[in-house]
Design a protein around this ligand. Sequence first.
Ligand code: FAD
Length: 412
Amino acid sequence: MKRLLILGAGTAGTMAANKLRRRLHPDEWRLSVVDQSETHFYQPGYLFIPFGRYRPDEVSRPSRRLLRDDVDLIHGEIALVEPDHNRVLLTDGRALAYDYLVIATGTTPRPDQTPGMADGRLWRSSVFDFYTYDGAVALASALGDFRGGRMVVHVVDMPIKCPVAPLEFTFLADAYFRECGIRDDVELVYVTPLPGAFTKPIASHRLGSMLEERKIVLETDFMVESVDPDTKTLVSYDEREIPFDLLVTVPLNMGADYVAKSGLGNELNYVAVDKHTMLSKQFPNIFAIGDANDLPASKAGSVAHFSVEVFADNFVRYVGGKPMLRRFDGHANCFVESGAGKGLLIDFNYDTEPLPGRYPLPWLGPCRLLAESPVNHWGKLAFRWIYWHVLLPGLPVPLPSHLTMAGKHPEE
Ligand SMILES: Cc1cc2nc3c(=O)[nH]c(=O)nc-3n(C[C@H](O)[C@H](O)[C@H](O)COP(=O)(O)OP(=O)(O)OC[C@H]3O[C@@H](n4cnc5c(N)ncnc54)[C@H](O)[C@@H]3O)c2cc1C
């Protein structure tokens, strides 16, 4: 009996387990998944919790219910991978042997990595994140009490998962304060380490204009050095200072610590992989999927989905002694909520930046690329249902996993 061990029952690990269980014969393969949490969180839903659009209980489900019955779920925290012994150690002392290992433990916000940020005087009283369940819930209560002042939305450094989420949060905050009738009493500032609002030039220009239209101040190239708890100020390495009444930050995102301890990670604990197959560059029986790897793509659920489709086909060939034929192209596809019942859609890959146009059908859409529309907003909301009922069970989605240029208009 061969053993496939998947580390992490998040988006990528759950999809991969459910897809591969259908394709690997149960008499030949034992398939196990390890996770420290017994609850699976729909992280895109964290965006809506601070504004009261989603209740906290709408974004979580028991992990066991999301995996097929014939997949073992092991509850425990991973302490170390010993690739030379094909073994994983858990913090409670258990050892798990494998023939093939798939690392899918994602990336986590680390406020402890910025001096002053996690200071007890500030953290979750005037400094918040919305990248964790607890953070989003705490922020909902803080926003309910906020009556005006300077709110700073901030990104420590790239890469972060869902790089558009802080912009979406800012657009939603603008709309929320308008609805509450206090927008004139709030100064909204968006602080980023990037030279513009976003990573890719055309999208950065479009999203930057949207900040301007909403009178949101954009502060670029801001490499934060520390947060001063006494003065409630962000301080950068080039000695710029940005004071705040309420700071909503996206802390440094890092892969799991055990990845570094196991000698498998880069400086941010991401596993080095081939960017087309997700096979480890160090070990021929280890893959890393989802946010846990160092792909030069967005860290996003959509990337996890498209890449797992490629990975699952390749894995079955690989363990059968055949060459891996499919090549992942970095395809990412993200709805960008822009407030007041509208949103944008961006669709891109390693080589093609987000472009205007229509998706998925050329000319018809119904989604508009890089332009605001109510359909995109409804697409974003519908995505939660698709996530639970289609993506996580590993069911086929009638969309190509690679990027297509049909419907895209580079000249617009
Ligand atoms: C606010 C927000 C909004 C987002 N919006 C979108 C969006 O609109 N569209 C989109 O495509 N993506 C979005 N994302 C990103 C998306 O949620 C992630 O990219 C996706 O969940 C990555 O999947 P993953 O399986 O790699 O990691 P995860 O889903 O994070 O799963 C990792 C799993 O590993 C487990 N784990 C970690 N370390 C250990 C350990 N040491 N021992 C045991 N278990 C461990 C964790 O408990 C977790 O279950 C958003 C994310 C956030 C935070």
